[in-house]
Ligand binder design. Structure first.
Ligand SMILES: NC(=O)c1ccc[n+]([C@@H]2O[C@H](COP(=O)([O-])OP(=O)(O)OC[C@H]3O[C@@H](n4cnc5c(N)ncnc54)[C@H](O)[C@@H]3O)[C@@H](O)[C@H]2O)c1
Length: 378
């Protein structure tokens, strides 16, 4: 299969993970990158032996079929509309847009242009989450009844050199980190029917902890501690805590409960780890994930922890889908639904009311068992 030729717009913090993922893949090749800061694109291009172009020149390049948009959240839709207008397929980092209304404009433009729209996260394609999906589908926990999400840290200002966007509308823990959790849950349980939340904010400013702007404060314009609840169409309801106001806690990231058993689901920010199953109140048993691709550790974090990081695999799946004509898994309906859930948590916190979720999506097809990206074309 000829690789699909990609262009990358937005050469910041996360772009190295995508460039590393593309380098591992036979299905895609990155030809060029662009950034609104030309020097940033130039440095990235040099480090990865690709071209640095202006955004306009990248969009005008006829060889580039698919653009990966790694800009900040409030540029996802404007850049995406330009990509689609240039006749190219578009895959962006999460969230699909900062509001459901603007994301719908992107979805409509993709339909008009007959181009594909994809969106991160792709972590639910990882071995851990696919193994959990298989267990749920096989009835290992019985009929799903509930669950808990506990994502809590002290925030992004400590490590990110330009954390401003995390604390502006379109940011906050629900829109920034929530996508991983909502995607993991929708992959397991299907779409959400309604949501509710209470939210608060511990600090009005944050102090940047690293990089050239260390010591500078940035304003906080969004709530940073959410206590939410999601009711799924399958009848399960899940507690959803997302916070950047917590120094330490001792909860699992995701637990799900069914009539016959309980499952601890590994961190949805990554691809690996062993789900842990308890049947009928028995001991927790580690569940193997070796049969699934994209679960083996391949990356060492800044803290020296070995994790599975296959970011980009959603783009690879989309590229393979383009070649074979099948649907891609990280698709716009899935991402729009996740965004509506996250926006609904904000709206519920502001209004004090439950919010009905109108959009629906299919659960993405499970990733076949096997090794490597070959599973996407088998
Ligand atoms: N940093 C992470 O660990 C991480 C992890 C997963 C997902 N993400 C997501 O990836 C996206 C980017 O995050 P980041 O941390 O790399 O941000 P960043 O601020 O480090 O980089 C963003 C880059 O996009 C460029 N840019 C912004 N608007 C642009 C525009 N209109 N046209 C061209 N270039 C533009 C900026 O100049 C900057 O170089 C966000 O949506 C974020 O949620 C980040």
């Amino acid at each position: 299969m000829e690789p699909v030729v990609l262009g990358l717009i937005g050469c910041g913090n996360i772009s190295d993970a995508y460039l590393a993922g593309a380098a591992r893949s036979q299905a895609v090749t990155i030809k060029a990158c662009a950034d609104q800061q030309p020097a940033v694109a130039q440095a990235k291009a040099q480090a990865h032996d690709i071209l640095a172009l202006s955004v306009d020149d990248l969009l005008a390049d006829p060889e580039i079929a698919l653009v990966v948009n790694l800009t900040v959240p409030d540029a996802h839709v404007p850049v995406g509309l330009a990509v689609l207008a240039a006749g190219k397929h578009h895959y962006s980092e999460k969230p699909l847009g900062t509001t459901v209304a603007e994301a719908r404009r992107l979805v409509e433009a993709a339909a008009r242009q007959d181009r594909r729209l994809g969106c991160a996260p792709d972590t639910f394609l990882g071995g851990a989450h696919q193994a959990a999906r298989r267990l749920v589908d096989e009835g290992a926990i019985g009929r799903p009844v509930g669950g808990t999400v506990a994502f809590m840290t002290a925030g992004m200002q400590g490590w990110h050199p330009n954390p401003d966007f995390f604390f502006q509308p379109g940011g906050g823990p629900v829109l920034d980190v929530g996508p991983y959790y909502v995607a993991a849950l929708v992959n397991l349980f299907g779409p959400v029917r309604r949501v509710a939340a209470i939210a608060s904010r511990a600090h009005d400013t944050r102090t940047i902890g690293s990089g050239p702007r260390a010591g500078e404060t940035v304003p906080v314009a969004v709530p940073t501690h959410f206590n939410g609840a999601l009711e799924f169409g399958n009848g399960a309801n899940v507690s959803f805590i997302a916070s950047w106001d917590v120094r330490r806690h001792a909860h699992n990231e995701i637990e799900i409960y069914g009539t016959e058993g309980s499952l601890i689901v590994p961190d949805p920010n990554f691809f690996g780890g062993n789900p842990r199953l308890s049947v009928d109140g028995g001991d927790w048993q580690d569940q193997p994930i070796d049969a699934h691709p994209f679960g083996a550790p391949n990356f060492t974090t800044g803290r020296g922890k070995r994790v599975a990081n296959y970011r980009m695999i959603g783009v690879v799946d989309m590229a393979c889908a383009l070649r074979t004509g099948r649907p891609h898994r990280c698709d716009a309906a899935f991402a729009l639904h996740a965004l509506e859930v996250m926006e609904g948590l904000h709206v519920s916190a502001e209004t004090g009311r439950h919010v009905a979720i109108e959009s629906r999506c299919e659960r993405p097809e499970p990733v076949p068992v096997g090794a490597g990206e070959g599973v996407f074309v088998a």
